[in-house]
Write a protein that binds this ligand. Structure first.
Ligand code: C2E
Ligand code: MG
Ligand code: MG
Length: 266
């Protein structure tokens, strides 16, 4: 076979793709992935209100793979549903007891339209909330605006989650998706302002208009990627109540997150 012909390259590519998929599938099944938690704070008093759960994939050489490097692959190879199932179990294993002891705190989970094709996720959340005696209000779902390709189809499913008590946040708002029609179809509870809009602060930016849009839609804004005191002060002065970012903490393993909360209130 000619080594540079498609006859050679396509099977080699497919075999490598298959091997990568098996590796990720094995990592999910054998619980090699880990969840880290980034605190979300209330800007006026600095109190923690919850955290966002963010997946990581530890590698044999000690490197910690960030989700941007494997979530798109998981999506393309239809592994997201099983990954999210594992995420939910892991979040409750890590923080179910803490959530039970702190009924005003919440954890938000990143989900995608694939997760909404069946009611599996809703059943799984309901089971775990009952098992750990956690209120459904303590589990929030985040969906990015770029994932809302078919808002009319997704709107009734999102409503099912909201009726079950889970708030649904619109993630990465302002990260580049221009058509805002989905805001008419889907009801969200909070709008997470993308880091790219927060970065220019306190310089000139579009945030006053974005905040006004959020408020006109009765959506509470939450700023992502807050790294400086100047940004936090500007956001607070302009009516943003909640924030997350490295100014407060990077994402932490479960126990370190609980310790971080304890130290903050010590
Ligand atoms: P996201 O949901 O918008 O999460 C926020 C990302 O911004 C996180 O990156 C977080 O570590 C990072 N970040 C937060 N504050 C700062 C800051 O002040 N400065 C900087 N430079 N970065 C900050 P991460 O953990 O790499 O996650 C990337 C994306 O991967 C997430 O964006 C989310 O869309 C996706 N993702 C993470 N975990 C999951 C998961 O369990 N399921 C799914 N479907 N997607 C996930
Ligand atoms: Mg998110
Ligand atoms: Mg985000």
């Amino acid at each position: 076979m000619d080594p540079v012909s498609d006859d050679y390259l396509i099977p080699a590519f497919l075999s490598q793709l298959n091997a990568s998929r098996l590796r990720l599938q094995h990592a999910i099944r054998s619980r090699q992935l880990v969840m880290w938690y980034q605190p979300i704070v209330r800007l006026d008093d600095g109190c923690v209100v919850g955290a966002e759960a963010l997946v990581r994939w530890p590698q044999p050489d000690g490197e910690m793979l960030c989700p941007d490097s494997f979530i798109p692959f998981a999506r393309e190879t239809h592994l997201l549903t099983s990954m999210t199932q594992w995420v939910v179990e892991q979040v409750f294993d890590d923080l179910g007891e803490w959530l039970h002891q702190h009924p005003q705190q919440y954890i938000s989970l990143n989900i995608e339209p694939d997760n909404l094709q069946t009611t599996e996720l809703l059943s799984c959340l309901s089971y775990q909330c009952q098992r750990c005696q956690v209120r459904p209000q303590q589990i929030v779902l985040e969906m990015t605006e770029s994932s809302l390709i078919d808002p009319q189809a997704i709107a009734p499913v999102i409503e099912l989650y909201r009726q079950a008590g889970h708030a649904v946040y619109l993630d990465d708002f302002g990260s580049g998706y221009a058509n805002l029609n989905y805001l008419q179809a889907i009801t969200f509870d909070m709008l997470k302002i993308d880091k790219s809009l927060v970065d220019p602060l306190p310089g000139k930016c579009l945030l006053p208009q974005i905040i006004a849009l959020a408020k006109s839609l009765s959506l509470e804004p939450l700023a992502e990627g807050v790294e400086t005191h100047e940004q936090a002060e500007w956001l607070s002065a302009h009516g943003v109540k909640y924030a997350q970012g490295w100014l407060y903490s990077k994402a932490l393993p479960g126990r370190a997150f609980v310790r971080w909360c304890e130290l903050r209130y010590a």
